[in-house]
Every structure is written in structure tokens, then in C-alpha cells.
Design a protein. Structure first.
Ligand code: UT7
Length: 316
């Protein structure tokens, strides 16, 4: 299943982006006061130094969305739909995207996408489909408050998570636009590896997810690169889901993408699930690492298990 850019009459380009992070920063040292862990263990095993904690999924999404709209120079009434990727909705019903629609005053449809940490790439893919059938402008957001479903006495999960949001405005253009290829995958038989019941806490089989994550990231990235008509050497920047620095390094090595081409923000933000790719993308834009003309690989994996890779030609 893939998209042939030559057959697409209308594609999309990102015209604005924004982020939101709670004010409260919690360092590894802070965590080692309340649980049996250490800064050295967390840094060596995950690459994380600190994380932002707090807020609500809708509140962070509204903040990031507002910045993205401003940067795109767009009014709320110019947006045709809000697509919110989240695995930590504020409530089961209503969808959190409706609160974002209301908070931003966007007179349009709104829906949530839950594909865990792959959610933003799923949402971006769905958004391109909507542009192809006539939408003009969409607000696509990844927002999470994983801290709310974390058992703060369980060091195996608590040291990993962070809260935050990243948003983009995606606008229709004639012709293929930025998205050259996409690859979505899911395997529900692996659901038990990372789960959270209603009212419960996140639990995971970290070692098994690690092994599977590297495999699906490498496979789906290689497929997306090939379907974009590119080779791995054409990729200027890899923006991976930020779950563990060692996963990012292992996947990059196996794909043959040098480390300096990976965007890493896990040291500052921890694992923010579906917010991690838009947060990393915003970082690459703000530091001038992501420039017009670049070929960018987005690749994520997470609960489900799900995975998603896409290749963008930045600036269309
Ligand atoms: O967003 C997508 C979903 N999540 C992931 O992708 C997570 C993928 N997995 C991982 O990132 C890693 O497996 C972890 C970071 C979760 C764990 O790293 P690991 O290298 O697989 O460690 P481990 O679970 O094998 O544990 C090694 C040791 C154990 O002690 P013993 O048995 O060797 O004495 C653990 O009890 O480290 C111990 N340990 C800790 N020590 C200090 C586990 N968690 C901690 C901790 N602080 N927080």
C-alpha cells in the first residue's frame, strides 16, 4: 500500500508550526530523590536528561496550535479541520480535538487519532488524504500528557515520559506537495507490549519493544525511502520518534543514515509519544537544520504496536 505522487492532483505543504511545553522541568536528579534510579542510569540507557511535566492535552494542543496558526499567518476561520493525534485524551468522551477546536475558535470539524507514538505521522498522512479531496488548510497536532497515566512509583516507565505538544498548519497546493511517500503499519498481536487500561497506568515490556521498534522503523523507513524514488543517501534529515536514544542510533546505523542527520530532542523532553516528532521537527526548523529542498524521513513506532514512516520533500 503506497502513494504514488505522480497520481496526486493536490498535495500539502507545512506553512506554520508551533510547540508547547509545560513550565515545570523535572531533571533525572529530581527523580532520583523519589525513586530508586540515577541520572547516570537514565542518561546511559535512554539519553534523557530532563522532561517537562504538567498541563492538559487540550491546553498544550491549543497553545501549540495557536503558535502554528500565527506563524502560518492564518486565522482560525481559514482552517478546514483539526486533527489531533493523542494517546492521552483529556476524557474518553468527548474527543480532545473538540476542546481544541473550541479553544482556538476554529469553525470546522475536529477528530482525534490514536495510534500511540506513531500518531502524528498517521495524522499527517490522513491530512494529506483530506487535502486530496478538497480541504484547503488543516491544523495537525500531536499532544500528550503521559504523566497522567504514569505510576510515579514505577521507575521502569516514570523515568521515560514527558508532556508536550507540537502542531503544524498544512495547506493544499496543486501538484504532489511535500509528501513523497508514506508507510503505515500495525500489529495488534503485540498490544500487550505497551498498554494502559481505563483508569490505569502505562505498562510496558521495554526490552521487547526495543527489539521490535528497531526492526519496524528500519523496514518501514527503507520502504518509504524506496517508494519516494530515493536512496538512503538522499535523506538529509531523519526525524524519529523519541523513545530512546539507543533506538534512534540503532535504527540510523542499520539504515545507513549518519548520526549527524538525526534530530534528537529526547535529552530535553523525554518520550512525549505523538508529540515527539512535531517537537523534533520544530527544533530542526528553529535551529535551521531543516531547510527548503531537504528530503526528510519521519519515522515512529509505539503502542499497538503501530509504526509509521513518511518521506517529505520540504518546501514542496
Ligand atoms: O514510545 C514507545 C514505547 N517505549 C519504548 O520504546 C521503550 C523501549 N525500551 C527501552 O527504551 C528500554 O528497554 C528501557 C529504557 C525501558 C530499559 O532499558 P534496558 O537497557 O532494556 O534495561 P532493562 O529493563 O534490561 O534493565 C536493566 C537493569 C535491571 O536491573 P538488573 O536486573 O540488571 O539488576 C533493571 O531493574 O536496570 C534496572 N532498571 C533501572 N535502574 C535504575 C530498570 N529501570 C531502571 C531505572 N533506574 N529507571
Amino acid at each position: 500500500m503506497h502513494r504514488n505522487p505522480m497520481k496526486v492532483a493536490r498535495g500539502g505543504v507545512v506553512t506554520g508550526w508551533g510547540t508547547a511545553l509545560p513550565d515545570k522541568i523535572v531533571t533525572n536528579e529530581d527523580l532520583s530523590v523519589s525513586m530508586d534510579t540515577s541520572d547516570a542510569w537514565i542518561r546511559e540507557r535512554t539519553g534523557i536528561r530532563q522532561r517537562h511535566l504538567g498541563g492538559t492535552t487540550s491546553g498544550l494542543a491549543i497553545e501549540a496550535g495557536r503558535v502554528a496558526l500565527d506563524r502560518a499567518g492564518r486565522r482560525p476561520d481559514e482552517i478546514d479541520a483539526v486533527i489531533l493525534a493523542t494517546t492521552t485524551p483529556d476524557q474518553i468522551v468527548p474527543g480532545t480535538s473538540a476542546a481544541v477546536q473550541d479553544g482556538l475558535g476554529i469553525p470546522a470539524g475536529a477528530f482525534d487519532v490514536n495510534a500511540a507514538c506513531s500518531g502524528f505521522v498517521y495524522a499527517l498522512t490522513v491530512a494529506h488524504g483530506m487535502l486530496a479531496i478538497g480541504a484547503e488548510r488543516l491544523l495537525v497536532i500531536g499532544s500528550e500528557t503521559l504523566s497522567r497515566i504514569t505510576d510515579w512509583d514505577d521507575r521502569s516507565v516514570a523515568v521515560l515520559v514527558g508532556d508536550g505538544a507540537g502542531a503544524v498548519v498544512l495547506e493544499a497546493v496543486d501538484g504532489p506537495g511535500q509528501l513523497l511517500s508514506w508507510k503505515l503499519g500495525a500489529d495488534g498481536s503485540m498490544g500487550h507490549l505497551l498498554q494502559c487500561d481505563h483508569g490505569g497506568y502505562l505498562s510496558m515490556d521495554g526490552k521487547e519493544i526495543f527489539r521490535k521498534a528497531v526492526r519496524v522503523v528500519v523496514e518501514s523507513s527503507a520502504q518509504a525511502i524506496a517508494e519516494a524514488g530515493l536512496t538512503v543517501d538522499d535523506i538529509d534529515l531523519m526525524i524519529p520518534h523519541q523513545a530512546n536514544l539507543r533506538i534512534i542510533q540503532a535504527a540510523g546505523q542499520r539504515l545507513g543514515i549518519p548520526e549527524e542527520k538525526s534530530v534528537v530532542v529526547i535529552d530535553r523532553y523525554g518520550n512525549t509519544s505523538s508529540a515527539s516528532i512535531p517537537l523534533a521537527m520544530a527544533d530542526a526548523l528553529e535551529t535551521g537544520r531543516l531547510r527548503p529542498g531537504n528530503h526528510v524521513l519521519l519515522t515512529g513506532f509505539g503502542g499497538g504496536m503501530t509504526w509509521a514512516s513518511a518521506v517529505l520533500h520540504w518546501g514542496g
